[in-house]
Design a protein around this ligand. Structure first.
Ligand SMILES: Nc1ncnc2c1ncn2[C@@H]1O[C@H](COP(=O)(O)OP(=O)(O)O)[C@@H](O)[C@H]1O
Ligand SMILES: O=P(O)(O)OC[C@H]1O[C@@H](O)[C@H](O)[C@@H](O)[C@@H]1O
Length: 491
């Protein structure tokens, strides 16, 4: 080989080495960045996965906080609100009642015809519609006029004879899924909004008055016989069908629970007497807080960025408004510290872009190549062609978040049972306890329900868990509100 040949060969060798160095460097950097992704994921999982022991500490904390909230106003972050519901439907209610169920995302209109014997519901019509976004942050009159107008249209549609009943004021059960300090079974003052609502001129006002004025403006001859939280309506329906029903839990846009409490245990309301000896208490458990909660830096940041920082801490780890956002925050951190999403993760910087229904659909994708995950990432997050290992990381994060949420609900439920002396821990024979369950997240998210059932067995043990029944309902809070209108008619 001549001089020229040698130089060419040397040059090729040098170029090859340079190219190899670049590739090896890239692979080393890629492996290092993948390792960083794995590290972020491991760290998150460690922070989110409570042991059974930790969950039992949450159980105890829930029972303690419930007692503290009953002892004095402000005694706990749990408001433990009186509902004035001191009797529950027993299956003998009869007649036609309307219900209006205003929740965090939708509002539902119901007409219910009750048979009067053996919990017979002759018929019930339901109409559900989303609440226009601008009304969630506008003026009280606009929101309540919108609701009353929709109710009037619904009544005209389903009850053609209604117009002839000018002398009879129809009884309405009004389910209002926000913090209300009840002043009677049919009236209450709005304490604060949650879940994206901020109709500020309604805070501090009696929501029944706001609705009844709007109904008059719309020419609707109707009165609010019962103003109830959605959990209270749900409990009423559960009890209508099964007398062992002792509590109700809603997991929708927000989350909350209520239960049946002995009046002598409601210490902050000395002298509170009811014929039945009990009253339903609205726990407002979304505001529960305990140092034992498995909270991470992502939860803290989400809370700080929220319109109600330091409030609803339990809800922000559990409910439909937030689960997708927690997942987004974790994926965004992984995208910043690794290249597993290549360079297509700019959308992950947008708060609340990942709604919980989408997160659930990715979590429940059981295709070998995670094609549903790929479709959602591409169509909703503008993240095309995420490699399979990146999609697996997405599913893993969803699983960690949802498993934690479900286990915390399980701990909350057992905490309520413990407060009621029904968790079997006092050695006395177990009594059957039914918990009514409802809400878009609970109803639609299969893996959430699976993890919730797992969590209850983990915490209670197989033996005691067999005495606990979680019974799902649909439209439970609205139907229950109609039943309570029948229980507490305006005479
Ligand atoms: N398929 C789903 N998987 C998980 N969560 C869901 C699903 N569908 C709806 N959700 C959650 O349920 C919430 C709606 O709950 P729902 O009880 O129907 O209404 P509201 O909260 O207004 O009472 C939505 O905000 C969403 O977060
Ligand atoms: O049914 P939703 O809209 O998801 O609401 C559930 C709970 O959401 C909480 O934020 C409210 O404070 C509760 O009053 C309510 O019961």
């Amino acid at each position: 080989m001549g001089r020229v040949g040698f130089i060419v060969a040397l040059g090729c060798a040098v170029v090859s080495c340079a190219i190899a160095t670049v590739f090896v460097g890239r692979r080393v950097r890629s492996r290092r960045r993948w390792g960083r992704a794995v590290e972020v994921l491991r760290e998150f999982e460690e922070g989110c996965s409570p042991s059974v022991g930790r969950l039992r500490q949450v159980v105890d904390a829930m029972a303690v906080e419930m007692n503290a909230g009953l002892a004095s106003d402000g005694g706990s972050k749990l408001k433990m609100l009186l509902t004035f519901i001191d009797r529950l439907p027993d299956g003998t209610e009869a007649g036609t009642y309307y219900a209006l169920d205003l929740g965090g995302t939708n509002f539902r209109l119901l007409r219910v015809q009750l048979g009067g014997i053996q919990s017979l519901i002759l018929s019930h019509e339901v109409k559900s519609q989303p609440i226009p976004q601008h009304l969630m942050t506008g003026k009280a009159e606009d929101l309540f006029d919108f609701i009353a107008t929709a109710l009037k249209a619904f009544v005209d549609e389903v009850d053609e004879e209604f117009e002839d009943k000018t002398d009879v004021r129809m009884q309405l059960g009004f389910t209002f899924s926000f913090h209300v300090r009840q002043t009677s079974v049919s009236s209450g003052i709005l304490i604060r909004w949650t879940n994206g609502f901020s109709v500020e001129d309604a805070v501090g006002k009696d929501v029944t008055q706001l609705l009844e004025r709007a109904m008059r403006r719309s020419g609707l001859n109707m009165r609010v016989a019962a103003l109830v939280n959605d959990t209270v309506g749900l409990l009423a329906l559960g009890h209508y069908h099964d007398g062992d029903t002792v509590a109700a839990v809603v997991i929708g846009t927000g989350t909350n629970a209520c239960y049946i409490e002995r009046t002598e245990a409601i210490i902050k309301s000395q002298g509170l007497l009811t014929n039945s000896g009990f009253m339903v208490v609205n726990i407002e458990w979304g505001n529960f807080w305990s140092a034992h909660l498995p909270r991470t830096a992502y939860d803290t940041a989400l809370d700080e960025d929220s319109p109600n920082p330091n409030d609803q801490g339990f809800e922000k780890m559990i409910s439909g408004m937030y689960l997708g956002e927690i997942v987004r925050r974790v994926l965004y951190r992984i995208a910043q510290e690794s290249d597993i999403f290549e360079n297509s993760a700019h959308c992950l910087a947008v708060p609340f872009i990942l709604r919980t229904p989408l997160m659930a659909a990715m979590h429940e994708d059981d295709s070998p190549d995670l094609r549903e995950v790929g479709r959602i990432l591409q169509e909703n997050l503008d993240m095309p062609e995420v490699p399979l290992k990146g999609k697996k990381v997405v599913v893993r994060v969803c699983d960690i978040v949802t498993r934690r949420a479900a286990k915390l609900v399980a701990a909350g439920i057992v905490g309520i049972l413990k407060k009621m002396g029904r968790d079997g821990s006092d050695g006395i024979g177990n009594s059957r306890s039914v918990i009514s369950m409802e809400g878009g997240l609970f109803a639609s998210y299969k893996l959430f329900r699976e993890y919730l059932n797992e969590g209850v067995v983990e915490i209670l043990g197989e033996e005691a868990a067999q005495y606990l029944v979680l019974r799902g309902f649909e439209d439970g809070s609205g139907l229950g509100a109609a039943l309570l209108a029948a229980c507490f008619p305006i005479l």
